[in-house]
Design a protein around this ligand. Sequence first.
Ligand SMILES: [Ca+2]
Length: 172
Amino acid sequence: MISGGEQGTVDFGSGGGSTVEVAASKEIKHHGEQALEVKFEAIAGGYMWIGRGYDMTVKGAACWLVKPEDIDFKKFNAISINIYGADTKSQIAVDLVDSGFEYWRYLVEDNFSGWKEMVIPFGDFFFRGDWQPEKADKNGIMDFPLKVFQFEPRPQGKGTLYFDYVRLVKTE
Ligand SMILES: [Ca+2]
C-alpha cells in the first residue's frame, strides 16, 4: 500500500506549480507485487520529489528490505533501478542522499517506453550544485551508508512513470 501524507510509505511532494501523484501499480510492474506509479506534470520553475529512505519527513518511507546501517556498502558500487519510461523526452533525476545529508544526482533521459534497467555506478553521481539542505555536510564526499533514494521528473514534462526493484549491485 502506498499512500500520501505523513502516514504513507513514500515521501513525496511538489512545489512551484508542478504536481505529482503517487500510487501502487499492480498492473504495470517489473518485480514482486507492485511498482511505484508516478503521475506528474513538471513545469518550468517547479520541482518535485518522490523518495524512500531514512531520516525523511515521512517516517514510513524508511522501509528498505535492509536498513542502511546493516548494508556492507563495500560490496556494492552501483544502484540498479527499473524504470518504465513514458518517452516524454524530459529528464528524470535520480538522487542519493549520503549519511551527511548530502544530495548526489544522476540524470536519466526519458526517451524510452516500457521497462528499462538502469545500472548507475555511485561514481557517476554528481554533487548537486543547485540545492543542498542546510544540514548537509557539503564535504563533496559520498559518505556511506546512503540513506535515501529519490526521483524527480524534471521540467518540462508530463506523463506517468513507474519505478521498481531498486537494489544495490556490484558492476565490473
Ligand atoms: Ca558527504
